[in-house]
Design a protein around this ligand. Structure first.
Ligand SMILES: Nc1nc2c(ncn2[C@@H]2O[C@H](COP(=O)(O)OP(=O)(O)O)[C@@H](O)[C@H]2O)c(=O)[nH]1
Ligand SMILES: [Mg+2]
Length: 308
């Protein structure tokens, strides 16, 4: 799916906390000779933004080697960093999968409060902007108020919803929603689920059941299983991503709340340690506060000072 364009300005303001922690001090390094001092400073900066040891080590080791070979003295440290960061994220498919025959089914999962329901609303809105017909499934029947939260988004955005009663079997709601999506020839079915911890075996099995229901009704479904992670949770997101991807086949990550952290470098740690592509990022509470994860645009917004 083409899913929306990355917009540098929105990203810049969404990433403003990380930018103050990273882009501002980096800008001060501009033009400095690349030597052991500046490399050490860079290392400290990257680690303090949660970029993680794998990416940081790779970058600083390469720089140190170059310095000891007497090379790269003339290149700007920011340019070098930019290229290295972008290269590490290159060559992954980050667009949402689209089924050859509609509906495309997107299952959204994650722990409590990370931003699943908001992210479902964001994706629904963006898809509708692309003139796709969307149906929402309120399969979080567990938490009080969860169904009405999604129903409110459905009303505000003018997107249809299939819901059950609180306490209903989420797999049954999913079943009904899949049938409705087929009957109405919807392009995309977006399934919101209850928050769960990877340690809650029955709830993890329930997620598997929801997945199976979709695959019985729709060929190849779910076409995407998006794990929502809350960027403000830092290193905890890595544990969640590992466990969820062991339990269900996660195809992509929606990294929410990047606007709420100064440690937006966590994207690199997720990519290094989990290997599942970050596909979308959330940079605010409004339905339009979503961006596709485009490495080039992201890195640019993260480390470069605004031109204006
Ligand atoms: N700042 C910010 N807040 C977000 C973002 N995504 C979700 N939230 C907020 O996080 C809280 C929990 O979101 P919700 O969608 O209910 O999480 P769920 O329990 O995983 O479904 C709400 O207050 C949302 O407005 C984001 O990208 N940025
Ligand atoms: Mg929710």
């Amino acid at each position: 799916m083409g899913l929306f364009r990355a917009t540098v300005n929105a990203l810049r303001s969404g990433l403003s906390r990380t930018r103050s922690a990273l882009a501002t001090p980096l800008a001060a390094m501009r033009g400095r000779t690349i030597d052991n001092d500046s490399i050490n400073e860079l290392e400290r900066l990257l680690l303090s933004s949660d970029v993680g040891t794998t990416t940081t080590d790779a970058i600083v080791n390469e720089l140190r080697d170059a310095v000891s070979r007497g090379e790269k003295q003339n290149r700007d440290i920011l340019e070098l960093l930019h290229d290295q960061l972008v290269n590490r994220l290159a060559n992954k498919k980050r667009t949402l999968a689209i089924a050859e025959r509609s509906p495309t089914v997107i299952l959204v999962a994650g722990v409590n409060g990370v931003g699943k329901t908001t992210s479902v609303a964001k994706i629904g809105r963006a898809l509708r902007e692309e003139n796709r017909s969307v149906l929402l499934a309120a399969a979080d029947t567990f938490r009080a108020g969860a169904v009405s939260q999604l129903a409110t988004w459905s009303e505000r955005l003018g997107i249809e919803i299939i819901k059950g009663q609180q306490g209903a079997d989420p797999a049954a709601v999913t079943f009904d929603a899949a049938e409705a999506a087929i009957a109405r020839s919807a392009d995309v079915l977006l399934i919101d689920t209850a928050g769960r911890l990877h340690t809650q075996e029955p709830l993890m099995r329930q997620l598997e059941k929801i997945k199976q229901v979709t695959s019985k009704k729709v060929d190849g479904a779910p076409h995407e299983v998006l794990l929502v992670l809350d960027a403000t949770q830092g290193q905890n997101t890595l544990v969640q991503a590992k466990r969820f991807s062991e339990a269900i086949d996660v195809t992509g990550i929606f990294l929410a709340k990047l606007d709420g952290t100064a440690r937006g470098g966590i994207v690199f740690a997720i990519e290094d340690e989990i290997g599942i592509p970050v596909k979308l990022i959330g940079i605010g509470e409004r339905p339009e506060d979503v961006e596709p994860f485009d490495p080039e645009v992201f890195v640019d917004a993260l480390i470069n000072e605004a031109v204006s």
